[in-house]
Design a binder for this molecule. Structure first.
Ligand SMILES: CC(C)(COP(=O)([O-])OP(=O)([O-])OC[C@H]1O[C@@H](n2cnc3c(N)ncnc32)[C@H](O)[C@@H]1OP(=O)([O-])[O-])[C@@H](O)C(=O)NCCC(=O)NCCSC(=O)C[C@@](C)(O)CC(=O)[O-]
Ligand SMILES: NC(=O)C1=CN([C@@H]2O[C@H](COP(=O)(O)OP(=O)(O)OC[C@H]3O[C@@H](n4cnc5c(N)ncnc54)[C@H](O)[C@@H]3O)[C@@H](O)[C@H]2O)C=CC1
Length: 436
């Protein structure tokens, strides 16, 4: 049996690679080559990347692409997108181009409030917790003043603090529920620091309070919430049916009718809703990644929001009203344009620069637009040609690599599949023909 490694974190990068190749890769001589091939020749830059996380041995590239021509609140924006999947950037670009001549996208920030909780247990009387909170509240607030000062000076900071009785959900469970505005920061570290200070003061005050009939309440943990239903952006695009034109051979009226039906199906049916929202996240995640934001936080928050009424549903809505197709969504997006990796990762910084150095509210808007556009493009294909025609056209480059086509074969195969949708089997068949 293989023995566990001790003190792996303290090995140098080269030692980690040596260990990996000996223990996990059967001394494969190509492994080191692959890992080293992705090291940056600029040592300083490599050191920066090595420091982003832990036990790093190389860099993992993803493509950074551009989706130009987004008209957002009457401003032309080029959106940087980091994504590994083919056809996503093309789809976003196509949707941007489609809406460019039809009024573009309009966004409204509905709120920027985030929250965090100090999770507490107390088995005694609720009235005792209430009395304690009245006793401690001023000191709880006062103890955060220093940490809060700069954020407050920016117009944000701690907004409110409440004691919440959650004993109906879980025996003896209470929260200090705090709300925040973290301005241009995503705010996780700021909120967590604030909550941990509240927890410290809570413990101190609980030890002083004389009104508990049993042992004082216990702080279980303090952490921000990635559920951000009050940090949302509304995004909308609308166009008269007459201006839709003929879409992939379908009249504007028929297109709008089928488009609305497709969205309604995703509202009613969770199996479809998950895929529908995955398509939206193709756009949202790509901007979140390009700007060095936390995509796990965004993903968790978005999907919780999609299930907020108890059933997982489409995040987008569509309707025809007064001869207009209206397509809209509200996305919860906790994003930062300062902090985290946003200015540390040179490409994240450049991505923000590409969009004109937006503040967090603008970045919420641009990201939401990319999500809505992506959904538009996917539905546009789904209700007309089907998804495979466009998607596989873009995926062809990957497929050609997979089947080991030479440069000369690639040219012939591209030609052969210029009018039909490729699949692996048809591609293999065609390459056999070329080689026989
Ligand atoms: C793929 C397209 C765009 C082809 O669409 P097309 O009509 O064949 O493209 P075109 O060659 O006529 O070009 C039109 C425009 O599309 C863009 N475009 C076109 N080609 C490129 C390219 N190579 N590189 C960059 N941009 C490209 C570009 O904006 C271009 O304008 P131009 O630049 O020429 O002025 C279209 O079929 C499409 O939008 N399909 C949808 C693709 C999609 O949604 N992909 C996501 C992956 S599938 C998935 O994960 C989610 C899903 C679908 O399951 C979600 C759901 O079910 O809801
Ligand atoms: N559950 C989660 O989502 C968790 C996420 N994280 C990570 O936390 C990081 C984000 O935390 P942050 O506190 O945003 O980052 P951060 O720790 O880098 O702090 C950003 C700081 O920038 C300063 N700042 C300067 N100008 C500002 C402005 N205009 N507006 C607001 N602040 C300004 C503030 O002091 C602010 O606290 C991300 O890397 C995320 O992955 C960390 C813990 C948990």
């Amino acid at each position: 049996m293989r023995q566990p490694v001790q003190g792996f974190s303290r090995l140098s990068k080269t030692e980690k690679i040596d260990w990996l190749i000996a223990h996990n890769l059967n001394n494969d001589p190509t492994a080191r080559e692959i890992l080293l091939q992705y090291w940056n020749s600029d040592e300083k830059l490599q050191e920066l990347h090595d420091g982003f996380s832990e036990n790093t041995i190389s860099n993992y590239y993803l493509p950074l692409g551009l989706a130009p021509n987004f008209l957002i609140n009457d401003k032309l924006v080029t959106i940087p997108m980091v994504i590994e999947e083919s056809s996503v950037v093309a789809a976003a670009s196509k949707a941007a181009k489609f809406w460019l001549d039809r009024g573009g996208f309009k966004t409204t920030i509905k709120g920027t409030t985030k929250s965090g909780q100090v999770h507490i247990t107390y088995a005694g009387l609720r009235s005792e917790m209430d009395a304690f909170y009245a006793f401690a509240k001023a000191d709880l607030l006062q103890s955060t003043e220093q940490i809060n000062a700069s954020m407050k000076a920016r117009g944000g900071g701690l907004l409110d603090l409440q004691l919440v009785d959650k004993t109906k959900d879980l025996q003896g469970y209470y929260q200090l529920h705090a709300t925040f505005d973290t301005r241009d920061a995503m705010g996780a570290n700021f909120i967590n620091t604030m909550l941990e200070q509240l927890a410290t003061t809570f413990r101190e005050k609980a030890a002083q309070f004389q009104g508990f009939s049993i042992a004082p309440p216990e702080v279980v943990m303090s952490i921000l919430s990635n559920y951000v239903p009050d940090c949302t952006v509304h995004v909308e695009t609308r166009c008269s049916i007459d201006k839709l034109g003929i879409i992939n051979g379908i009249s504007g009226a028929d297109f709008a009718r089928k488009f609305v039906q497709a969205v309604d199906i995703a509202i009613a049916e969770p199996y479809r809703a998950v895929t529908h929202n995955k398509g939206i996240m193709n756009g949202i995640d790509a901007v979140v990644l390009a700007t060095g934001n936390d995509f796990r936080a965004v993903e968790a928050g978005v999907h919780a929001y999609a299930a907020r009424d108890g059933q997982y549903r489409s995040l987008t809505r569509a309707r025809v009203e007064d001869n207009e197709l209206i397509f809209e969504a509200e996305f919860p997006l906790a994003l930062g344009t300062v902090g985290g990796l946003t200015s540390l990762h040179p490409l994240a910084k450049l991505s923000l620069q590409i969009m004109g150095n937006p503040d967090a509210r603008e970045l919420m808007s641009f990201t939401a637009v990319c999500g809505l556009a992506q959904n538009f493009a996917a539905l546009h294909s789904l209700v007309t040609t089907g998804i495979q025609a466009g998607h596989m056209k873009m995926h062809l480059a990957n497929m050609l690599e997979q089947v080991g086509a030479t440069d000369a074969e690639k040219v012939k195969l591209r030609e052969a599949f210029s009018k039909t949708t490729p699949s692996y089997s048809s591609l293999k068949e065609e390459i056999q023909k070329l080689r026989s």
